[in-house]
Design a binder for this molecule. Structure first.
Ligand code: LLP
Length: 426
């Protein structure tokens, strides 16, 4: 994060505050969210997409304070469950600036979204269209919807593979004609206001050519709808998935460059199809919040496993960051509480959970004198760490501390043993 630096004696600081002091105040592990960095990333996206809408994908990390920050910075919000929607509404987010995603929205969730006046619902199945149509007729309203289109581009880390068929649960297939059929149905029935098409091709993408293929295909469908029904849909959402640097090897594009590229693709395709350019929107989650947070841990044990490697155990682990175990994700770690001139040693940073896959950082060079009581910082943990945290082994989930304006405050409190026990009945 932008405001992380080393203080005079070599300890890490965020927003000018010493992490040792933050540890004393809030305990460990803790997620530290750099407010200036988060706001700067929101502004960078706003500046890069001035005539477009930027929806922050709340699944990356959501709490009331973050909803307020992204709203203040002019972003829209993408939610994908009733729980995320409730958080957004509780924080005072303007419902008209919320987009509602999900492949299995319940009738209760849809009802809540419609009654709240959510700005757009991204429909994902025929059954959902049935539910929403019925709801709309019952209530005498006409919800605005986008159709989630599966364009046959599968994006992986660092690459994308274009496939003819799809085998995943999201969206309406373009290739099979399901997406066109959904559009015709919505237009013909007229209970819902079809605003546009939506495509999200994956996450942690560095190669923009995946967006090129998806934009071309989805605008092809847009032209097909125009030809069949004489309607030009006014909006187009190309989803999120913009990659961030977890290690020094990753080299993400700046939002401005990304925006230029996307606009060029869309403008080119629209010209080719003789379509008016729809209003574009994107849905970055990770790229907004991922780099803005670090996790602060305390070292508990250091164990040299003879001749193989040194295991440095910290007071959290897979319950606060499942990404290493789940996706083989790469993180780095740094000694945060002091400077050291000791030789670097190859270490594996592990957690306190009862399984050997409980790894936070697979390979890292740490000073050979790392010892119990030292603090370690793992950067880049803003996205999909707290939001995917669990209580595995009855480890309470860490707090989120917002650091900014020369001060720090808790925005998500630490879970307690009482919280854990509160769910047990009998
Ligand atoms: N829009 C839609 C429709 C999405 O499904 C997603 C992510 C996003 C936007 C935001 O993607 P982002 O810009 O954050 O990459 N748990 C995984 C990531 C799952 C992403 C799911 N959808 C991880 O930890 O990498």
């Amino acid at each position: 994060p932008r405001t992380v630096a080393r203080g005079p004696d070599g300890a890490l600081t965020m927003g000018g505050l010493d992490v040792r002091e933050l540890r004393r105040r809030y305990g460990s592990p803790a997620y530290l969210l750099d407010e200036a960095d988060l706001r700067a990333r929101c502004r960078e996206f706003r500046a890069a997409f001035p005539d477009e809408d930027v929806f922050y994908a709340g699944k990356a990390f959501l709490c009331r304070a973050v909803v307020r920050i992204i709203a203040e910075e002019g972003l829209f919000l993408d939610v994908c469950t009733g729980g995320e929607l409730a958080t957004a509404l509780a924080a005072g987010m303007d419902p008209a600036r919320i987009g509602f995603h999900g492949n299995n929205k319940s009738v209760a969730e849809l009802t809540r979204a419609v009654d709240a006046g959510v700005g757009r619902i991204i429909v994902d199945s025929q059954i959902e269209i049935d539910r929403l149509t019925e709801l709309a007729r019952d209530r005498g309203v006409r919800p605005r919807v986008l159709i989630r289109v599966t364009v046959g581009v599968e994006a992986h880390t660092h690459e994308f593979i274009a496939t003819a068929h799809e085998d995943q649960k999201f969206g309406f297939s373009l290739a099979s004609g399901a997406a066109a059929a959904a559009a015709f149905r919505i237009l013909d029935e007229d209970a819902l206001e079809l605003r546009g098409l939506h495509s999200h091709i994956g996450s942690q993408i560095f190669d923009a050519s995946g967006f090129e293929v998806s934009a071309r295909r989805v605008l092809g469908l847009q032209a097909q709808i125009r030809d069949a029904r004489g309607v030009e849909l006014p909006e187009l959402d190309l989803g999120g998935g913009f990659g961030i640097a977890y290690t020094t090897q990753d080299d993400p594009a700046a939002p401005a460059d990304l925006a230029k590229r996307l606009r060029k693709i869309v403008d080119g395709e629209c010209a080719a199809e003789r379509l008016a350019t729809p209003r574009l929107s994107v849905e970055p989650g990770r790229a907004i919040v991922g780099p803005a947070m670090i996790t602060l841990y305390e070292v508990g044990t250091v164990k040299d496993v003879d001749g193989i490697r040194t295991y440095v155990s910290v007071d959290g682990g897979m319950s606060d960051n499942i990404r290493t175990a789940l996706y083989d994700a790469s993180y780095s770690a740094t000694l945060a509480s002091r400077a050291s001139t000791a030789e670097p040693m190859l270490a594996r940073v592990v957690g306190k959970h009862c399984e050997s896959g409980d790894i936070v950082v697979k390979d890292e060079f740490l000073p050979a004198d790392v010892q119990p009581g030292d603090l370690l910082a793992v950067p880049g943990t803003g996205a999909y760490c707290r939001s995917m945290a669990s209580n595995y082994n009855h480890v309470p989930r860490p707090p989120v501390i917002l650091v900014g304006g020369g001060d720090a405050r808790v925005i998500v409190r630490r879970e307690t043993e009482d919280d854990l026990l509160a769910l047990d009945v009998g």
